[in-house]
Design a protein around this ligand. Structure first.
Ligand code: ADP
Length: 301
């Protein structure tokens, strides 16, 4: 219902803008015809007309943007509330069952496992929200150390494997013979690759096949490719997905839970490390490939 209401508002303001532009054009043309002889007044009128039109166009663009932003904030609040409420409700249900019923040892263990997974999900959402606001506040790195990228990537893969209970071949990793080292904040870089791997799995549908490749790229940069065979990204969405709160508005993307903060956090952290991130996709249903470039430590091969 709300989406329909907003769309009506967008249509109303667009129609209003277009009507005002048409009215201004009609007024101006009539006025020019009436005062053809008075050249000075004509020039003045044209300038004035251009100003009115520019103002109207800017006004309409501003209104549409504001409506879109509000829409995204609402969607974000809904997503976060959902992401907070669902695991809490689930943990509560399991605790109530444990409190009120006799359950076998196996069931008890299973309940604990589900509750742990739910609390991980909860923690993940809270961390994302906190991280998104802290990346906005500070632009420098705090805990810099020398990091071996191969090891860091293997740790992140293991983490995501455990989180989604994946079999060993779901995420494959190719690593060059030589170690690639970079200088950076380990916790933040872990969050980058866990987020990208998490997305690759989340947007893969049923069959998860993710390829992670680490190599030395152009200009002696470390390059990490995270490629999936999932739902893919339409060409017109590629430039939007790194924005705060943005989630691709199609059904298959919306099926996966999320807040639209992950890639925003990822890009902010990579920027702080003087790196770059790109995404390539053949389009919807054709998988995605996220490529991260980070400056290598000079003496690493
Ligand atoms: P979310 O919490 O929604 O996953 P992100 O910022 O991580 O937020 O991603 C933004 C949007 O980009 C997602 O909602 C999804 O539509 C799209 N996206 C991100 N990663 C992938 C991927 N690997 N495959 C397809 N779409 C993706």
């Amino acid at each position: 219902m709300r989406v329909v209401g907003r769309q009506k508002a967008i249509i109303f303001f667009l129609a209003l803008g277009i009507c005002l532009v048409a009215l201004a054009v009609a007024l101006n043309v009539g006025w020019i015809l009436l005062s053809l002889q008075e050249a000075a007044v004509l020039v003045f009128g044209i300038v004035f007309f251009a100003l009115i039109i520019t103002g109207l166009v800017l006004n309409t663009i501003f209104l549409v943007r504001e409506i879109r932003r509000n829409e995204q904030h609402d969607a974000f609040l809904n997503a976060v509330t959902h992401e907070l409420k669902t695991p809490i409700a689930s943990i509560r249900l399991y605790l109530e069952t444990l409190q009120t019923r006799e359950v076998t040892e196996d069931k008890r263990r299973e309940f604990y496992k589900v509750m742990l997974a739910d609390s991980d999900r909860l923690l993940n959402t809270v961390e994302q929200v906190l991280q998104a606001s802290s990346t906005r506040e500070r632009n420098r790195l705090l805990n810099i150390s020398e990091i071996e990228l191969g090891k860091l990537l293997r740790d992140c893969i293991e983490r995501v494997n455990t989180r989604y209970n994946l079999d060993e071949n779901a995420i494959s990793f190719t690593n060059p013979a030589d170690e690639i080292k970079i200088s950076g904040d380990k916790a933040e870089l872990q969050s980058v690759f866990t987020n990208l791997l998490d997305n690759a799995v989340k947007y893969s549908g049923k069959e998860v096949k993710v390829l992670v490749r680490l190599k030395t790229g152009a200009g002696r940069k470390a390059e990490i490719h995270i490629k999936d065979n999932g739902i893919g990204i339409a060409p017109n969405e590629l430039k939007h997905i790194f924005r705060r709160f943005y989630r691709v508005p199609n059904l298959s993307a919306q099926k996966a839970k999320g807040t639209g903060l992950g890639l925003y956090i990822v890009r902010s952290i990579i920027k702080k490390h003087s790196g770059k991130i790109f995404v390539r996709s053949g389009g919807e249903g054709k998988g995605s490939n996220f490529i991260v470039q980070l400056p290598k430590i000079v003496n690493s091969k």
